[in-house]
Design a protein around this ligand. Structure first.
Ligand code: NAD
Length: 480
């Protein structure tokens, strides 16, 4: 690897963690150790926050926005040049098939280009006010931003979160997940090569309850962006609340894909399945509930069954449909859900695990389940594995009720050829994003993303993320 894997990146240098401890990083495709990574603790977080503050007090704090943007764009260009190496790292670390890992590397580069271009386009307003006053607003950085990232899409989440924060002139401390942090370290190296001043980006790998908890409770941090589980999101938000620090939470989901009788089933089919099994179903916006209207239920279920039976799971490097799950723990969580199939619920189809999948890997067959009651745990909980439930409905009203009937609200897909229905559903569904006759819109770097309910609050991606990473100041000048 072209960077130090067992160190933190602080103030522009690779440094050993203060306590000198390391953690073993595992390859989920074979269960073998890849390398050691640093086990950062609160002492390293202190150093990283101090470095970020120094950066703000130095060149970075007064750098024109277009120059910040130029550096971000350069990071994006370097990431594009290294697409293959980054994809190899992510495939090995996360267990995602190489094709998906390549797409994630390109998405990371795209985020840096987007936010590089946007850096000098965030403007304030002038506000008509009382006679004798000129009033205007300015958007300023929060200062030091903390970024706590999960293991499922490290490159994409780093790109969207760090890209927007740095474009606004913040200085960042990034705590990647202990299960997968190689591309976070690679990203730090690319940022350094691109000329990002020392301390503007600091990366402290480590355990959530150590480095993550220290970052969320740090009184030198001015904003926290957290992507991960609901339980940890609540911990992060309450730790930040002690310092009255704003938090963006991007949490989980149980997103519906709703198929009406008038939908184009053949166009829908690949989306319906991919949205459930991509990244082994370990996707916050997975379309894990497929709601199907009665008139096409049998036909669509037969099509889904046929496709499921073709799905093959195996080593990420083999670039099959699905890779392993991230860990033995995640596999046992998914298996635990599958043991709860009961009543009318039944397995319609399973994919296959490739016979040459390494024995130590964390493989689970994709499973399609039908006959599940909308209130059952399988239709309510985020499983985070390649498991989809199919739920039958009769009317549009019923579909809306089921779609909105979980504690989450991240994204939703609607398949129908009726334009009025599409608009009604887009309005009625409680979610941060609604996709009509597609799912995911190809990733959507430009499209604001985030949830309602237990899916979180605040928006990342697109221009709105820049507002989230800034503070609005109002200036009222009296001149008579
Ligand atoms: P997680 O909450 O266990 O971990 C996420 C991050 O939080 C990791 O870096 C971890 O080290 C850190 N962490 C753990 N305990 C902490 C603590 N006490 N204080 C501070 N930080 C701590 O989540 P996970 O299992 O890694 O990821 C899966 C979850 O993330 C799923 O629920 C998924 O839906 C969600 N997710 C959401 C999005 C989104 O954009 N909405 C994207 C990806 C994943």
């Amino acid at each position: 690897m072209w960077f130090d894997t067992d160190k933190c990146f602080i103030a522009g240098s690779w440094v050993k963690p203060v306590l000198g401890q390391v953690l073993a990083l595992e390859n989920p495709s074979d269960g073998k150790k890849i390398c050691d990574i640093a086990r950062g603790t609160s002492a390293d977080i202190d150093l990283a926050v101090a470095a970020a503050n120094n950066a703000l007090a130095g060149e970075w704090g007064s750098m024109p926005a277009f120059e910040r943007g130029r550096i971000l764009t350069k990071i994006g260009q370097l990431a594009l040049e290294k697409t293959d190496e980054l994809a190899e790292l992510e495939a090995k670390d996360v267990g995602k098939p190489l094709k998906q890992a390549r797409a994630d590397a390109i998405a990371m580069a795209r985020y840096m280009e987007f936010y590089g271009g946007a850096a000098d386009k965030v403007m304030g307003e002038t506000i008509p006010y009382l006679d004798g006053y000129t009033v205007y607003t300015m958007r300023e950085p929060h200062g030091v931003t903390g970024h706590i990232v999960p293991w499922n899409y490290p490159m994409q989440i780093i790109g969207r979160s760090i890209g927007a924060a740095l474009a606004m002139g913040n200085a960042a401390v990034l705590k990647p997940a202990e299960e997968a942090c190689l591309t976070a370290l690679a990203f730090a190296d690319l940022a350094h090569q691109a000329g990002l001043p020392k301390g503007v980006l600091n990366v402290v790998p480590g355990l959530g309850e150590e480095a993550g908890a220290a970052l969320s409770a740090h009184n030198g941090v001015n904003h926290i962006s957290f992507t991960g589980s609901v339980g940890v999101g609540a911990l992060v938000q309450s730790a930040a609340a002690q310092n009255i620090v704003p938090v963006t939470l991007e949490l989980g989901g149980k997103s519906p894909q709703i198929v009406f009788d008038d939908a184009n089933l053949d166009a829908a089919l690949p989306f319906l399945i991919n949205a459930g099994v991509q990244n082994g179903g370990q996707t916050c916006s997975a379309g894990s509930r497929v709601l199907v209207q009665a008139g096409v239920y049998d036909k669509l279920l037969a099509k889904m069954k046929a496709r499921y039976e073709e799905l093959v799971v195996g080593d990420a490097q083999k670039d099959l449909d699905i890779g392993p799950l991230i860990s033995a723990r995640q596999k046992s969580i998914v298996k635990g859900f599958l043991e709860q199939i009961e009543g009318d619920a039944h397995v319609v189809a399973r994919g296959k695990i490739s016979p040459d999948a390494p024995k130590g890997g964390h493989y689970v067959e994709p499973v399609l389940i039908a006959g599940v009651d909308a209130s059952h745990v399988l239709a309510q909980s985020e499983i985070f594995g390649p498991v989809q439930v199919v739920i039958r409905f009769e009317t549009e009203e019923e579909a809306i009720k089921i779609a909105n009937g979980t504690e989450y609200g991240l994204v939703a897909g609607v398949w129908s050829s009726d334009g009025s229905r599409q608009m009604r559903l887009a309005k009625a569904i409680r979610a941060g994003q609604v996709f009509i006759n597609n799912y995911g819109a190809g990733g959507g770097v430009e499209l604001p993303f985030g949830g309602v309910g237990k899916s979180g609050h605040g928006r990342e991606k697109g221009f709105d993320a820049l507002y989230g990473f800034s503070v609005l100041k109002t200036v009222a000048a009296y001149h008579g």
